[in-house]
Design a protein around this ligand. Sequence first.
Ligand SMILES: Cc1cc2nc3c(=O)[nH]c(=O)nc-3n(C[C@H](O)[C@H](O)[C@H](O)COP(=O)(O)OP(=O)(O)OC[C@H]3O[C@@H](n4cnc5c(N)ncnc54)[C@H](O)[C@@H]3O)c2cc1C
Length: 360
Amino acid sequence: MVEKKVVIIGGGVAGAVLAKTLQDQANVTLIDPKEYFEIPWASLRAMVEPSFAERTVINHREYFKKGDLIISSATNISESEVFTSDGRKISYDYLVIATGHTELIPKTRTERIDQYKGENTKIKSARSVLIIGGGPTGVELAAEIAVDFPDKKVTIVHKGSRLLEYIGTKASRKTLKWLKSKKVDVKLGQSVDLDSFTNENRTYQTSLGESIEADTHFVCIGKPLGSSWLGETLLKNYLDGDGRIKVDEYLRVKGKNNVFAIGDITNVQELKQGVFAQGHAKLVAKNLKLLIEGGGKAPKLGTYKAQAPMSIVSLGRRHGVAQFPFMTVVGRFPGIIKSGDLFVGKTRKDLGLEPNVKKS
Ligand SMILES: Cc1cc2nc3c(=O)[nH]c(=O)nc-3n(C[C@H](O)[C@H](O)[C@H](O)COP(=O)(O)OP(=O)(O)OC[C@H]3O[C@@H](n4cnc5c(N)ncnc54)[C@H](O)[C@@H]3O)c2cc1C
């Protein structure tokens, strides 16, 4: 029997799980602009402890051994083919779009780990650090630096009226209190003019006219959604106002029988979390298996139910703030769940890998 061709665009949290799960059942092609999958929520720890990245930056080939791997970006699609920026044309029977968010990061694992070493040097050699953005990335980075380098002055400037606006106000308040207890200065409702900094004055001006002295800065504002390339494709009318792909209960692009979308790129009404993106991937793996084995007959596909709000933001190595459906907790309890290993061992195991790597 000729194997069905499944093309997965995007090798992030959702795409990696799908590629790993489906590689024995179909002829799978994974398209991603970089040679590796990276555990996104571990990246801030890798900035204060670069050796952490040895476990969190994983070559795609480590978990995806059987299918075709194309290191490039998808630029267009037709009813049966995907086109890439390096001029390739890949045909598909089933297509899965998993392009979550985009980020300008290096192509190879070695370059990515070196980048973390560079960021670590930048942190270590500064006496004061300015963090721009008070979402999960800015908060987690501020907490990592405050805990590992308590003598450094850390300031967060955030445009919004509260930290962590994607979850509840209680979580914002508790996080602010925790950061203040670690002497992190938090300035809300203002933005930073990066052009105002010079090596001589070492000062940044904010939109409210404040001056912040800092030796270096990190920009931690949200990454753009990975759907702009779809704007000129046959899926352009399948995007909602935020640029997310409209999917049905089977996570199929609404109105398209052989095209699915998973992860942050979908318009599923739930918090955008990796654990949910992994759930999408597992469901679509099952649905694709049913379709492939059904051989043309319409099988009964599994349906996806949007998940209740749940998120844990780590606050250094021992603490965290957790938004559960009916409760918000700050301190050791969420820290025990997330902040020690940041789910790295678990994520590696889900990809069929050893939780630890041998020291090179
Ligand atoms: C600081 C922080 C902490 C977090 N903590 C947690 C947590 O504790 N638990 C949790 O569950 N979630 C957490 N999240 C959220 C989680 O990281 C995301 O929900 C998850 O990464 C979404 O997965 P995804 O596969 O949809 O997208 P992504 O992981 O963003 O992957 C998208 C992939 O698509 C690729 N791509 C983009 N465009 C193209 C293209 N045109 N062609 C080919 N490839 C393309 C990208 O290179 C990338 O590899 C956290 C996020 C942040 C920022």
